[in-house]
Design a protein around this ligand. Structure first.
Ligand code: RRO
Length: 338
């Protein structure tokens, strides 16, 4: 068997922009994170680049028990996007703590652990298990997985259910760990759910999970995915994600947002930041380009420098301000050659 050799590229030097970002009282060195479900717990990506270069590593949602997930096929390509119906495959919290989180802590990465459950009690127990865990920098409460048998379990589609989960997790987790709730775009008014989560104690919001989608194979004339429906991700959903970040930031300007949905370049990331995201997750694109997170980070730094920013934080939500207040003071804000 031949051994796989992988590159460990050194990212290009970044221009001098202060990229640090604060998420609910915790400072991260930069605003580019992985996206839950697209990089497992970071081990594979670390073969391509040093994952401690990223602001944080967001892990695949973990449940209490090990789970094999849904039947295959569970992925399908779509125009500018991808459908998945993984169904929360994972090793369960015990193995995750022993192996994945321990590895992230050893590695010195900032771990953002995504948790998922079928009941409020599941989430509470997960938060209990994670209390005081070394390496844990933040919790992402996934209340919006589209691939559950019962749509009633998509807590993020109902303000009361979302609130119950978030409140239980916030009460259980130590105050030093920010608790973010991950929202679904598949709702009439995302700001109502966002508000319910924040009122229940969420320190921030992850915006957005995948959109519920479906593809039918016109040769077999049957659904492509064994699970029939799946979560749509990739550039196809970026305008929806940017709109959701915009709406949530407008409604709750003081609440930090981790934005995601189809980010492939630094400019894409900047779009989310201008809409109101204080950090971004890079997801689906890593399947084709494992270096994408560090590339996006370098491109974002360059894009900010090209526009005259000295601090990343000055760009957060800037698109909401009137045009005369929109550009920072500084050198030539328009010289972006890309
Ligand atoms: O595992 C999945 O099928 C999955 C999850 Br937990 C999620 O949050 N979003 C998604 O598109 N797929």
């Amino acid at each position: 068997m031949t051994e796989l050799t992988v590159r460990r590229d050194v990212p290009a030097p970044r221009p001098r922009v202060d990229l640090s970002t604060r998420l609910a009282g915790r400072t991260f060195p930069n605003p580019v994170f992985t996206a839950s479900g697209c990089a497992a717990a970071g081990q594979e990506l670390d073969q391509f680049f040093d994952i401690t270069e990223l602001g944080g590593v967001v892990t695949k949602s973990i449940m209490l028990a090990p789970r094999s997930g849904r039947a295959t096929p569970r992925m399908a390509e779509t125009p500018s996007g991808m459908l998945n119906s993984i169904g929360l495959q994972g090793p369960g919290i015990d193995a995750f703590l022993d192996k994945d989180l321990a590895w992230l802590a050893d590695r010195g990465a900032r771990a953002v652990v995504s948790i998922a459950g079928g009941s409020v009690e599941d989430y509470t127990q997960l938060a209990q298990r994670l209390r005081g865990a070394p390496g844990l920098a933040m919790l992402e409460v996934n209340i919006s997985c589209p691939n559950v048998e019962d749509r009633g379990q998509v807590f993020a589609c109902d303000p009361r259910a979302a609130s119950e989960v978030v409140s239980a997790v916030r009460k259980t987790m130590t105050p030093d760990i920010p608790v973010f709730a991950k929202l679904s775009p598949d709702v009439t008014d995302i700001t109502a759910i966002a508000r319910a989560c924040v009122d229940a104690g969420a320190d921030g919001l992850s915006v957005i999970n995948t959109l519920l989608g479906m593809a039918i194979d016109t040769d077999t004339m049957r659904p492509v995915l064994a699970g029939v429906t799946g979560g749509l991700s990739g550039p196809a959903i970026r305008p929806v994600a940017v709109r959701c970040v915009w709406q949530v930031h407008q409604a709750l300007p003081d609440v930090p947002i981790l934005g995601m949905g189809g980010i492939r370049t630094g400019r894409d990331a900047l779009e989310f930041v201008l809409a109101g995201a204080s950090a971004v997750s890079v997801g689906t694109t890593v399947f084709g380009d494992p270096m994408a997170p560090v590339r996006v980070l370098a491109e974002l730094a360059q894009a900010l420098a090209d526009r005259g920013f000295e601090r990343f934080s000055d760009a957060v939500g800037l698109a909401h301000r009137p045009p005369e207040a929109a550009l920072p003071e500084g050198p030539d804000p328009v010289g972006d050659p890309a």
